[in-house]
Design a binder for this molecule. Sequence first.
Ligand SMILES: *Cc1c(COP(=O)(O)O)cnc(C)c1O
Length: 371
Amino acid sequence: MLLLIPGPVQTRPDVRAAMAVDIAPWDRDFAPEYIAIREKVRDLAGGKAGLHACLPLQGAGHFITEAAIRTFVPAATGKLLIVRNGAYADRMARLAEEAGRTVVNLPAPDTGSVDPAAVAAVLAADPTITHLGVVYSETGSGLVNDVPALGEVVRAAGRRMIVDAVSAFGALPFDISAQPEVDAVVFTSNKCIEGLPGIAFAVAPIERVVACTGNAGSWCFDLADVYHTAQRAGWGSFRFTPPVQALHAFGVALDIFLAEGGQPARLARYRENCRILYEGAQALGLRPYLEWEHQGPIIALFHQPQHPGFTLQGFVDALKRRGVLISNFFNTEAPTMRIGCIGHVGPDEMRFALGAMRGALEELGVLQRAA
Ligand SMILES: *Cc1c(COP(=O)(O)O)cnc(C)c1O
């Protein structure tokens, strides 16, 4: 089966095979492996030894986003401005509110990146806003927010920033050393690095982690505690049982990622995947949700055909019979279908998927069968 979903992604057989081992997380042989993963992840985010820390957390992307909010946005004095231009931004707002944080919303359409000037205006009007929360690649619609440009605005206003880079990290460029206003960039094992799900990561400036000690109001979701544990027990130590096989497989995926040319190579592959899909779907009569100039490389959405034979689940089932799996839900107001461009897939897989899409649309009667 070809998985074209924006996580968990299609993985390589050698990455999956790395799961098939028993490992004791605290074993002396595994600690150096875990330490090396943390250092590679820190470096990949543009972090520097002694200045930035890689702070892993068991679980999904929502967990690490909540942990970053709890750790860096103080409950009493913090105020988080969230750019609300998509489904994952909505989720960030819910995580913050349920953690008792004060949230200010900046609503924006989910069809293009937010204008940094709009963010600057809100920050100028409300000096009590301490943080900007933004989704780098909005997996709800496929748009990309300009994190470097937003960071400039945040830096100029003397505020801090939390970046949900869950579907961006490893594909879109990010450099925490060039963005000192960032408190945390967060991501998971199972998206653009092409590992298995199970573990999430934050990269953060150590100075800020230390300054924010005691904010979290949660032991599990306290990134400062992750840091202090590493200080006390070593960077190869864990607080709680980790998904150690997923971590081991992530290390394999990370080495493959680096050997393939790292972020620029991954971005180039995903962009090409996306271009083939975007053009090929239009040739099938499907209308893209985003204009090409706003289309990010991670996921593309298309409007559902207005045809009596079309239902999303019917289309998903017909595609699945042809060996391709896409999401059977959408997060836009308009009915759309979402197709991922990430994972261990290339141009051949995208063309195969387009053939399957043609077959599925013919089966549903949306397209005439070729004579
Ligand atoms: C996938 C994703 C998440 C996290 O999803 P989980 O299911 O919690 O792993 C968060 N933000 C974005 C932008 C994502 O694409």
